[in-house]
Design a protein around this ligand. Structure first.
Ligand code: DP6
Length: 361
């Protein structure tokens, strides 16, 4: 039995059209399609060690070797439940990888039932801060674990680089661990359709984009996004949401294809308010907003419809305010934000190509 350590990295992604509400909670089948920009250095590095031992997975709270020295990399403070969720996902990969790999001409290693999987992860951004850490974590874990279970890593790499369908199937497997992670396998723009099992790169004529996240809160969020997915369906505003989002997604993809930043900024703004209105009006109303979130939204409002390249502003299930701008304008926007919100941190990242393997030893 060959012991092996495989490391993969996957970035976070930020949705403009949101995945919020599930048709099947067990498999993370979304109620509607979504659209996101894949980031680059805000990411998870996941290491999977295949060791001789009973067929179980365990998460170890240590830095992956490849993350030592990586700027800002920290072991996420996973709760017992979160670590158990990561381990369940590794076992899901163990169960599904052989067939998935075989469909793309990659053989799984033999004796999968005689190995233990040890998982180590590090994030380059604060956990549970509204920067989607489950997206990057599950994408990185899926890629590292499935590569570690392949007999021939070169064949795995070749298939990953050259067969879009292989990448999409890995993304669909990852989705079962955390929905939004399926959008972190490709980039820069990714559309995840409600009826499609997987996420696909969306055509665009956009300039290269930079993401600026105004850090309003860095603690764990009050309501887990898995609960939010359940609760939104109890809002009276849920009625018609699926149809509205389908139309909005179509308009957003058309705007992306034309490079129409103004239209995309307006659509993203409306979508963000609609998702948060669902939180504010569900059966057990809650909010992710802090006073400073609202202050930032008020500051951004007059910019949304203005000029040729307005910022695209959105918020996820958290208090931070995300803003996407053309990279050419990023320094100017960052300076304005620092001036307007001197007490707030700013996370800056650019768009990226999605998850990739880092190394194997
Ligand atoms: C608000 O992917 O975290 O970020 O599938 O339960 O893991 P699970 O949910 P998750 O939901 C993300 C919700 C969101 C919007 C989005 O990213 O589209």
């Amino acid at each position: 039995m060959r012991e092996l350590t495989v490391t993969a990295r996957a970035p976070s992604n930020i949705a403009l059209i949101k995945y919020m509400g599930k048709d099947d909670a067990g498999a993370n089948v979304p109620a509607n399609g979504s659209l996101s920009l894949t980031l680059d250095s805000l990411r998870t590095v996941a290491e999977v060690r295949v060791l001789r031992g009973p067929p179980v997975s365990r998460w170890v709270a240590e830095l992956p070797a490849a993350a030592r020295g990586l700027d800002g990399a920290r072991v996420p403070p996973l709760s017992e439940a979160a670590a158990a969720r990561a381990c369940r996902h590794a076992e899901r990969v163990r169960a599904q990888a052989p067939d998935l790999l075989a469909r793309h001409g990659v053989r799984a290693r033999s004796g999968l039932e005689d190995v233990a999987l040890e998982l180590r992860t590090a994030n380059t951004f604060p956990a549970a801060a509204g920067v989607a850490s489950s997206a990057s974590s599950f994408a990185a874990l899926t890629l590292a674990a499935s590569a570690a279970l392949a007999e021939d890593l070169d064949a795995f790499q070749r298939a990953y680089a050259n067969r879009p369908a292989f990448r999409q199937e890995l993304a669909a497997l990852s989705r079962q661990g955390s929905g939004s992670s399926c959008r972190s396998f490709d980039g820069p723009w990714v559309r995840w359709d409600q009826d499609g099992a997987s996420a696909l790169r969306a055509g665009n004529r956009m300039p290269a984009m930079t993401s600026l996240v105004l850090l309003v809160a860095q603690g764990p969020k009050a309501v887990a996004s898995s609960d939010a997915h359940r609760l939104v369906r109890t809002s009276p505003l849920w009625h018609g949401r699926v149809e509205r989002v389908a139309a909005r997604l179509g308009l957003a993809c058309a705007a992306l294809a034309r490079g129409d930043l103004r239209e995309l900024a307006r659509i993203a703004w409306t979508e963000m308010w609609e998702m948060h209105s669902l939180f504010h009006t569900c059966a057990e109303p809650f909010t992710y907003w802090e006073p400073a979130s609202l202050e930032a939204l008020r500051w951004f409002a007059p910019h949304i419809g203005a000029g040729e390249a307005p910022p695209i502003v959105t918020m996820d299930a958290g208090a931070n305010v995300h803003c996407l701008v053309p990279s050419a304008d990023a320094d100017a926007w960052a300076a304005r934000l620092r001036e307007a919100f001197p007490a707030r941190g700013l996370l800056e990242d650019r768009q990226g190509p999605g998850a990739s393997l880092v190394d194997a030893r």
